[in-house]
Design a protein around this ligand. Structure first.
Ligand SMILES: Nc1ncnc2c1ncn2[C@@H]1O[C@H](COP(=O)(O)OP(=O)(O)OP(=O)(O)O)[C@@H](O)[C@H]1O
Ligand SMILES: [Mg+2]
Length: 303
């Protein structure tokens, strides 16, 4: 796939409507005696935003690592647009899958712009001699690359920070820079591992809009998140991993209403849900209570 720099419009890795972009079959990952991912099937189609949720340690990040060549699955196969993926992460990126990391991985001492330019290296075609001789072809390609990188920074809202060092960005902006860098490889599929972790509610909302915009550019998205409101607002489908296995997959309503999911995962109150109605109910109940004075209030209300 050759992709010239396009300064406008949809990303060049964009996929055709209805195309199966990702097809993971029977993916199993064992570490010694521990099976972190067991026989997971998952597809992502073009135009879709698919969520992957599950408790801590469920195997979500390990599954991403199996999709991106960081791990070679013990069993199973991963196809991107029909082709079995090579087990090397740079080749997976070149094929069209980009990702962000749960633990942010940026070049801390490079500028914001330089970080995005690094993300473009799989898409620049200038060879060694061109780079060494620094001829007109090289300068043209470099200028086009910078223009595209600036465009991507504007896309994620960081155009005014291009010359800042990555390490000086607030946490939420570092996560956005990771997204810009991932987009710089012009992917057809973007994998996001907890993109709103550490963000405040305002930043989370902006990120939600950003993910919709990415989808609208023709890039399919697979996203891991613990913020259920974010996931259920955003995703066309949600798959639930529990102890390495896929428990269920479906639209938001189906997944939210599934008893096993509630038991395994959603039994906890939604961390970020405002729960106004619930809070009002509790307040009313407390006001109407027969006021037992001798015990600590409402342990039974704790969930
Ligand atoms: N390289 C590794 N070697 C050994 N065990 C590993 C390795 N990577 C992950 N694991 C184990 O695999 C299991 C799944 O971990 P993973 O990080 O994929 O979970 P997760 O669903 O992403 O959790 P979280 O929501 O906390 O990020 C855990 O028990 C973890 O300790
Ligand atoms: Mg994880």
């Amino acid at each position: 796939m050759t992709t010239d720099t396009t300064v406008q419009g949809a990303a060049s890795g964009a996929t055709d409507p209805g195309e199966t972009v990702l097809d993971a079959r029977g993916v199993t990952m064992r570490f010694g005696g521990l099976t972190a991912v067991r026989d997971v099937n998952l597809t992502v189609n073009s135009g879709e935003i698919v969520g992957l949720i599950g408790p801590n340690g469920a195997g979500k990040t390990t599954f991403f690592n199996c999709l991106t060549g960081l791990y070679i699955p013990t069993e199973g196969e991963v196809r991107y647009r029909g082709q079995v993926l090579p087990p090397k992460s740079f080749k997976v990126t070149a094929a069209g899958i980009a990702r962000t990391f749960q633990n942010i991985r940026l070049f801390a001492n490079m500028t914001v712009l330089e970080n995005v330019l690094v993300g473009r290296h799989t898409r620049t075609r200038e060879g060694l001699w061109s780079a060494l001789l620094r001829g007109p072809g090289f300068h043209r390609a470099e200028a086009a690359s910078r223009a595209r990188a600036m465009e991507l920074l504007a896309f994620v809202g960081l155009e005014n920070k291009a010359e800042h060092l990555a390490r000086n960005l607030p946490y939420g902006e570092q996560r956005k820079l990771e997204i810009a860098r991932a987009l710089a490889s012009e992917p057809g599929l973007l994998l996001l591992d907890e993109p709103t972790a550490g963000m405040n509610p305002q930043e989370t909302r902006t990120t939600e809009e950003l993910v919709f915009k990415i989808r609208d550019q023709g890039i399919a998205v697979l996203v891991i998140e613990h913020d259920m409101r974010f996931i259920f607002n955003l995703c066309d489908r949600v798959a639930v991993l529990v102890q390495g296995e896929k428990l269920i997959e479906g639209d938001s309503a189906t997944v939210q209403g599934d008893d096993r999911v509630i038991a395994a995962y959603l039994g906890e109150p939604f961390e970020d849900a405002p729960g106004d109605a619930e809070a009002a109910e509790v307040a009313a109940a407390e006001a109407n209570a027969e006021a037992p004075t001798d015990s600590a209030p409402g342990k039974e209300n704790d969930r």
